[in-house]
Design a protein around this ligand. Structure first.
Ligand SMILES: *Cc1c(COP(=O)(O)O)cnc(C)c1O
Length: 464
């Protein structure tokens, strides 16, 4: 049996066996807790890494270091891979960081139905089967002025369902300026093809007129489709047919108009100094027959795809087999209902986190950033408050920023500091600008300050 104290020329010979490593006290406890199989896997990974890393016996890690490494690998395996992080990037709807954080009421509603049974599809008054969609349909109709509403897994699913149910085998007319890629490979032309609908492109990349739609309409036309160019902006010599004119044309020709808004806001973004983002209510008021939008972009709720509009069309969607494949679960519906109730109560700006972040005044950001900087300076870090900008993100309002105050950390290796922050507990995701690491208080949730400052302090020590 090899011994860690034995000097041998081949470093592989100086490594202990799996069994011997597992007998180390650090791992013996882990074996008792997590079972032997995972511990063996961790020990094997440690020994394999040591075999490739140590070029000579003199460099071979000590027995204790090997045990520590295996224990760390085992802890990583058993803690799962999805956990909360602190978003200090200033990007409010950060798709990679899970988009919209939920309101307290939404979290509670979600937990309450997740933990036990609920009246998800049960009509308590009648004592018989009910519909899961009723919990949000009435609310959505009241908030948007729609006749009917349906909720599916996400907005990509909503668009797909609309096309499959209303246009398979027929023509969908869309402007060339709106054949967009949303991100993550979601390209409107591909989605159209997959749904079985035929794409009829009209106009040009920068200019499409009502006439272009008029000329394309024929007996095979199922829909006129408008897609909001969420994540990019066209400037210069550009024009698109206004929705109201498309609606008039659609009515004349008996062809429904579908408006995919992407973000789709229920609040007026211009009240916060931002350019206007299309509002769901306005689109319906202008006569769109169906409007689709996301639950977790500017609505600030859970991941979902919301479809609002005419009852006759929504009924066709409800009865399509894809509706079942795309259906939402009880915790999503609970969170969505609670989010919508904030809008109904007129308290969205205060209760829905993304709106609270958008609405945070500059002096509040300055105060919080100054408190962080003072605390970090007191711990010996090079921190100061600087003017910067926050972004909306999530493919909403591209290029639009909100003025903010951030804490800038001057560190010899800002990338190493950022990596140390990401590796911390809790992980912190920050931004680097002009060679400094920036922490934007706008997207750091209330109550996260202490954890953030602690994590920054630790990362700074490790990075120096
Ligand atoms: C974001 C977006 C989608 C996809 O919505 P998800 O909720 O992410 O599935 C579809 N269309 C537009 C215009 C979008 O901006």
């Amino acid at each position: 049996m090899p011994d860690e104290s034995t000097q041998v020329t081949d470093p592989r010979r100086s490594l202990p066996s799996v069994d011997r490593l597992l007998a180390h006290e650090l791992l013996a406890a882990a074996v008792a807790e997590h079972g032997r199989d995972l511990a063996v896997e961790a020990a094997r990974a440690t020994l394999a890494a040591a075999r490739t890393a140590a070029p000579s016996a003199a460099d071979a890690p000590t027995f204790a270091a090997l045990a520590e490494d295996a224990a760390r690998r085992l802890a990583e395996m058993t803690r799962g891979t999805l956990y909360p992080v602190i978003n200090a990037t200033g990007v409010i709807i950060h798709t990679n960081l899970g988009r919209a954080p939920l309101s307290t009421a939404s979290q509670r509603a979600m937990t309450a139905v997740a933990a036990g049974y609920s009246n998800l599809e049960y009509d308590l008054a009648a004592g018989e089967r009910g519909s899961r969609y009723l919990h949000v349909e009435t609310l959505l109709c009241r908030l948007t002025g729609a006749e009917a509403a349906l909720v599916v897994n996400n907005n990509a699913g909503a668009v797909f369902l609309v096309l499959a149910a209303l246009a398979a085998g027929r023509d969908v007319v869309i402007s060339r300026g709106q054949l967009v890629e949303i991100g993550g490979g979601f390209r409107i032309p591909d989605v159209l093809r997959q749904s079985g609908a035929r794409l009829v492109e009209v106009g040009t990349t920068n200019r499409t007129r009502l006439r272009d739609f008029q000329e394309a309409i024929g007996p095979a036309t199922a829909l006129l489709l408008r897609v909001h160019s969420s994540n990019f902006r066209q400037i210069g010599f550009t024009s698109e047919a206004p929705l109201s004119e498309m609606v008039a044309l659609g009515r004349e020709s008996g062809v429904p108009v579908v408006d995919d808004l992407g973000s789709g806001s229920l609040l007026d973004t211009t009240r916060y100094g931002l350019v206007p983002e299309p509002m769901v209510q306005s689109s319906l008021a202008a006569g769109a027959d169906l409007v689709t939008f996301s639950g977790d972009k500017l609505l600030g709720g859970p991941q979902a795809g919301l479809i609002v509009g005419r009852e006759a069309l929504v009924a066709k969607l409800r009865h399509h087999p894809l509706a079942r494949a795309l259906r939402v679960d009880k915790s999503t519906l609970a969170a969505l209902q609670a989010t919508l109730l904030h809008y109904l109560a007129g308290e969205a700006e205060r209760e829905v986190p993304i709106w609270r972040m958008i609405a945070t005044p500059l002096d509040a950001l300055q105060t919080r950033a100054a408190a962080w900087a003072a605390e970090l300076c007191a711990r010996g870090l090079a921190a100061e408050v600087v003017p910067s900008t926050s972004a909306i993100g999530g493919g909403s309002l591209p290029g639009e920023t909100l003025p903010t105050r951030a804490v800038a950390l001057s560190h010899p290796a800002p990338d190493a500091l950022a990596a140390a922050l990401r590796a911390g507990e809790p992980p912190v995701v920050a931004r680097i600008a002009d060679g400094r690491l920036l922490l934007d208080p706008r997207t750091v949730q209330p109550g996260e300050d202490e954890a953030l400052l602690g994590a920054v302090g630790k990362a700074w020590e490790r990075g120096n």
